[in-house]
Design a protein around this ligand. Structure first.
Ligand code: NAD
Ligand code: WQD
Length: 345
């Protein structure tokens, strides 16, 4: 029997892709998800891809009784913790919801992890914890903090909680995975990113323009101090990111303490480069207009990903072209995501 992993938020974008990677690596998976930003169909699709079942508990990670049930009914070897709210703009409007879900949720989960003697935890952190003053490329040894929105602050806070928890409990080992900009989809086109309403993120927006759901892309600013004036980000394929979780689980075996890893490609790509790469991969032209800068956007950041390579043996293997091809494949196969067409979607 494979080792059993509890995946919180497993029906979500990164979670569902990670389920595939975990099952393909021989892990058994158990999922808890409130479905507040996802669909159970994603889990059915995962099972179609892997031919292996996913045990699903529908509920909130703050529900202590449900966690107790999950840990009692399943012998859990490790936890991968994706569950949380992630929209940066919304986090400033609804900070309490964000701290509740992301910080309280993590605390309640951590209590259960300790109570049931689970020794390994992988946490979904973010490049956003480096804050607005950090020099690029971001390296794990940089100081974190100076976050500029409740979402980023919630991620930073949970990192601090986990560091302290691992210090106090030498049995516990924690990987803080700091993701850069995950994009793309599983090559089957069966699972992918399914944003609710108007997408905040670049790739889902472009993909919806390409299928005619949105008129044009707004490029937020072309007067940044970058080669073409648009922002640079480190886009990585979600399947590479998923593999990073498998590597982190393997690495945590027998370790103690907390360790942070950047998961990115190490390269910065501009908004206009992305538009061109998408056009090339899809053969569809993307109308765009230059709009004012979006509040809070940093001009440029990308990862120094050498620590993940050295310690985990992980590198991002899939290039920009594959990221675009797979985004397009998912979008054309599922123009309304997992749901049905409404005016808003
Ligand atoms: P997502 O919204 O697709 O997935 C999150 C999942 O968690 C959803 O299925 C949602 O229903 C579930 N969820 C939310 N709150 C919950 C709760 N209280 N209890 C139970 N389930 C809950 O987001 P994603 O893009 O897959 O992100 C996964 C994780 O990675 C998040 O923690 C996010 O902050 C982090 N992250 C994402 C990105 C990104 O660009 N997508 C970058 C860095 C970090
Ligand atoms: C990418 C670039 C925009 C939309 C966010 C979070 C970050 C992390 C990943 C969780 C930027 C530009 C975008 C559009 C545009 N999430 N853009 N027009 O902002 O780098 O990161 O998601 O941890 O914390 O902040 O990603 O995809 O929103 O934007 O021009 O319609 O595309 O200005 O330069 P971002 P994004």
């Amino acid at each position: 029997m494979g080792r059993r992993v509890l995946v919180t938020g497993g029906a979500g974008y990164i979670g569902s892709h990670t389920l595939v990677a975990l099952q393909e690596a021989g892990f058994e998976v158990v999922v808890i998800d409130s479905l507040c930003n996802s669909s159970e169909i994603a889990l059915q699709r995962v099972q179609m891809i892997t031919g292996t079942s996913v045990r699903f508990y529908h509920g909130d990670i703050r529900d202590r009784a449900l966690l107790e049930q999950i840990f009692t009914e399943n012998s859990i070897h490790a936890v991968i913790h994706f569950a949380g709210l992630k929209a940066v703009g919304e986090s400033s409007q609804k900070p309490i919801d964000y701290y509740q879900s992301n910080v309280t949720g993590s605390l309640v989960l951590l209590e259960a992890i300790q109570a049931y003697g689970v020794k390994q935890l992988v946490f979904s952190s973010s490049a956003t914890v480096y804050g607005s003053e950090a020099p690029v490329p971001y390296v794990e040894t940089l100081q974190t903090g100076s976050t500029s929105n409740p979402y980023g602050t919630s991620k930073w806070m949970v990192e601090q909680v986990l560091k302290d928890a691992a210090l106090a409990n030498p049995e516990l080992s924690v990987a803080l995975l700091r993701y850069f900009n995950p994009v793309g989809a599983h090559p089957s086109g069966l699972i992918g990113e399914d944003p609710q309403g108007i997408p905040n993120n670049l790739l889902p927006y472009i993909a919806q323009v390409a299928v005619g759901k949105r008129k044009e892309l707004s490029v937020f600013g072309d007067d940044y101090p970058t080669p073409d004036g648009t922002c640079l980000r480190d886009y990585l394929h979600v399947m590479d990111l998923a593999e990073g979780h498998v590597c982190a689980l393997e690495w945590l075996e027998g370790k103690t303490g907390t360790i942070a890893f950047n998961l990115g490609t190490g390269k910065g790509t501009s908004v206009l480069d992305i538009v061109r790469a998408f056009e090339q991969a899809s053969g569809v032209s993307i109308p765009y207009r230059v709009a004012p800068r979006r509040a809070g956007d940093l001009p440029a950041f990308w990862a120094d990903a050498s620590k993940a390579k050295q310690d985990l043996g992980w590198v991002a293997r899939l290039g920009l072209d594959q990221m675009m091809v797979d985004t397009w494949h998912w979008q054309t196969n599922n123009p309304h995501g997992y749901g049905i067409a409404t005016n808003d979607r």
